[in-house]
Design a protein around this ligand. Structure first.
Ligand code: ADP
Ligand code: MG
Length: 702
């Protein structure tokens, strides 16, 4: 055989390579084999330095070369009593990774070793997979050993002893099993531009690399690229799918911002940060096509920069990420603003409340056809995929019921726990949520508290640092400015499109540029993206005394307004942390490492105006944090209590319970409540099960 000497030569080469580079690593492997370690990890760089040609060949013929490398491992001089019989050689740290979306037949990647980077979107349970099945013939007792591959379970055609067709019995003790797991790795959000749909690739893992990563982890995976024929029903189709046989996995726990910020960029960023009107310029750089909303846009900028995540000496952590919610009338540009965030956020996920996958917004354990058998799969949803970035979630009010409960933890603790079917996992969701929602009845009713108008639990609402309400009220002045703005934006679009598509356009380039400049963002998206990444990477501001005072006074003052007699409690401590986060973000916008008095004032103004919009009791005009925190204003709580009191008194007087008309009359007499309000309360109490009707129009309290 002509091949043999060459193989031997290559095996020798690997032995030599190990002697130079991996003597210690192999010694350690030998000590821990097979319980704790079963693989020798080799670095591409080491092999390349040792022998560039060998390294290249390893990449193009990984199956074969891995065998030589493993054979070399078995032949390596070890203490007499150690055998590395089944040890693997796993290549890691390839010089470059392939974009998942760009894998093409013509690139000659099939059958070669490639590296991909991305986020684990789905991960199955680790389950034993049979690699060689031992069949015992029930008639004559002969054993047949059938290797098992990926193409379904193979049984013997006939017994190798008596040549009859069984029956056979599988002997598990004599069969070989290996741990197996399947992952779906999806391109990381930061690699995507302009809202491309992320692509993914499936990776099959076996033995000691299984169970190391979970949904939501950012990984670099090295593996052999294979193709597999698709089938529809029982029919094979001419179309194939890519998948990878996983060789090694590395978790990228660091910021893994592959954004390149050059020295020139840094110079430009620093110059920008010194401009006196930097905040206005930032505002003008967010969704310039949308007119107005300066405060919302400033808040979105603060959200992009985010506060500082604080690690306390006791090991606990306070999130720096800001959550913000836009609630309002339809057609007011909310979706447009959310979409725009995708353009500037270095890492962002845009989705609708319904979610685009079975994992929805948080995470799910599902049992579907992913994986070879009926394994449980853990799937990451939007908040997990947006880890360390922004999750822009439109139509948040339409989210799935499962997400509602998981969201609280996701937003405050920034992790999501899944515990179902034996899967107990905690996924990281260190992201900022930018949500948009419509009021429950389609349009916003200013005379009802916000908590009652959106389909979100009060506990969830209170997790938001800022809540903006967007109402669409006709107003001749602002309507005409809005019209002017939309017409100008559209006109700029028209000119631009005509110049591009019509050869002899009547407009000159200068004309087009003049109009376009007016509606272009002040700081272009590319630079702004770098600016934000740079600030988050380098700037960790701390509070000055003046800033602390402003925030303390604001808080105490707000609380004091609620301190007299029976007044509603206006603000809770949660807002205090929100204020700190917001003012840190405000300092970061200037790349300042000090949070100044101006920063604190800037954000107390925003918070006050948000609170005024949402926290104000529409009936008394007082601030009332209870609306935000519990969904009921104090006036309402009083009214509910009063109506319940009336019912309790009346049900003692009347045998059947409190008659409807009587309740209305008493409530009116004692608390001067209008008939309609009382009737409303009765409906609400019935709905909430706090009272019931033993007969029509007669009530009892439960
Ligand atoms: P929403 O999500 O609030 O229902 P959209 O974002 O879908 O609304 O906006 C509807 C349309 O109205 C969009 O084409 C948007 O450009 C336009 N529009 C709404 N408000 C504004 C505004 N303030 N400035 C510019 N365009 C606006
Ligand atoms: Mg919308």
């Amino acid at each position: 055989m002509a091949q043999a000497p060459q193989n031997q030569e290559l095996t020798e080469r690997f032995i030599q390579f190990y002697r130079n580079y991996y003597r210690e690593a192999i010694g350690e492997l030998a000590q821990k084999y097979p319980k704790e370690k079963r693989s020798l990890y080799i670095d591409y760089d080491d092999l390349y330095t040792f022998d560039a040609e060998l390294a290249d060949d390893y990449i193009t013929k990984p199956g074969q070369y891995q065998e030589y490398a493993e054979e070399a491992l078995r032949l390596f001089d070890l203490p007499a009593d150690v055998k590395l019989g089944q040890a693997h050689v796993r290549m890691q740290n390839l010089p470059e990774s392939v974009d998942i979306r760009n894998i093409r037949v013509n690139d000659d990647h099939i059958g070669t070793l490639i590296g991909v980077q991305g986020i684990v979107r789905k991960a199955t349970d680790v389950r034993p997979k049979i690699t060689e099945a031992a069949f015992e013939c029930q008639r004559c007792g002969t054993m047949s050993y059938i290797p098992q591959g990926d193409g379904g379970f193979q049984e013997p055609h006939e017994c190798q002893g008596c040549e009859r067709q069984g029956p056979f019995h599988i002997d598990f003790d004599q069969s070989n099993f290996v741990d197996s797991q399947k992952l779906r790795v999806q391109e990381s959000p930061e690699g995507l531009r302009g809202g491309e749909t992320p692509q993914s690739i499936d990776i099959n893992l076996s033995d000691d690399v299984t169970g190391k990563v979970t949904a939501g982890d950012h990984v670099t995976a090295v593996g052999i690229l294979h193709i597999e024929q698709q089938s529809s029903g029982n029919e094979k189709t001419p179309i194939f799918d890519y998948y990878m046989e996983g060789i090694s996995l590395a978790i990228e726990d660091e910021e893994f911002e592959d954004m390149d910020i050059s020295d020139d960029d840094v110079a430009e960023i620093i110059e920008l940060s010194n401009s006196p009107n930097i905040y206005e310029r930032m505002i003008d750089s967010v969704a310039p096509a949308i007119y107005g909303y300066d405060q919302e846009k400033l808040a979105m900028i603060l959200q992009l920069f985010s506060g500082v995540t604080k690690h306390l000496p006791d090991g606990s952590r306070i999130r720096g990420d800001l959550h913000m919610l836009l609630i309002g009338d339809p057609g007011t540009g909310k979706s447009q603003m959310l979409q725009y965030i995708r353009n500037i956020a270095p890492r962002s996920v845009y989705t609708s409340g319904k979610g685009s996958s079975s994992a929805g917004l948080t995470a799910a354990a599902v049992r579907d056809d992913f994986g070879d058998g009926q394994q449980w799969t853990l799937e990451a949803g939007a908040l997990v995929l947006a880890d360390k970035g922004i999750a822009a979630v439109d139509e948040l009010d339409k989210m799935r019921p499962e997400d509602r409960s998981a969201m609280h933890e996701g937003l405050e603790q920034q992790q999501i726990s899944v515990s179902k079917a034996g899967i107990n996992a905690t996924l990281k969701s260190r992201c900022s949520l930018l949500g948009a929602a419509n009021p429950k009845y389609g349009r916003f009713d200013q005379y009802e508290p916000i908590g009652e108008q959106i389909d979100l639990e009060p506990a969830l609402i209170s997790r938001f640092d800022l809540i903006f309400t967007v109402t669409d009220n006709p107003d001749p002045d602002s309507d005409s400015e809005l019209a002017e703005h939309i017409l100008k934006t559209n006109y700029a679009g028209e000119l631009n499109t005509q110049r591009t598509n019509v050869a002899n356009s009547e407009f000159t380039e200068a004309q087009v540029n003049a109009v376009t400049d007016e509606v272009a963002p002040d700081i272009d998206a590319e630079l702004l993206r770098k600016y934000i990444a740079y600030a988050k990477r380098t700037c960790y501001p701390t509070m000055t005394e003046e800033a602390k005072n402003v925030i303390r006074d604001f808080y105490v003052d707000f609380r004091a307004r609620g301190a007299d007699e029976d007044a509603p409690v206006p603000v809770t401590a949660r807002k205090l942390e929100a204020l700190v986060r917001l003012s840190e973000a405000s300092a970061r916008v200037r790349l300042s490492d000090k949070v100044t008095q101006e920063d604190a004032e800037r954000v107390t103004n925003i918070v006050e105006s948000c609170l005024r919009d949402i926290g104000m009791d529409p009936e008394t005009g007082e601030f009332d944090a209870d609306i935000v925190e519990t969904g009921r204003s104090k006036t309402q709580r009083d009214r509910i209590r009063d109506v319940l009191d009336v019912i309790r008194t009346l049900q003692d007087e009347y045998e059947d319970g409190a008659p409807h008309d009587e309740v209305i009359e008493r409530a009116n007499a004692e608390f001067s409540m209008e008939e309609k309000k009382v009737a409303d309360q009765l409906d609400k109490l019935k709905m909430k099960g706090e009272i019931y009707e033993p007969r029509a129009d007669v009530y009892r309290a439960t």
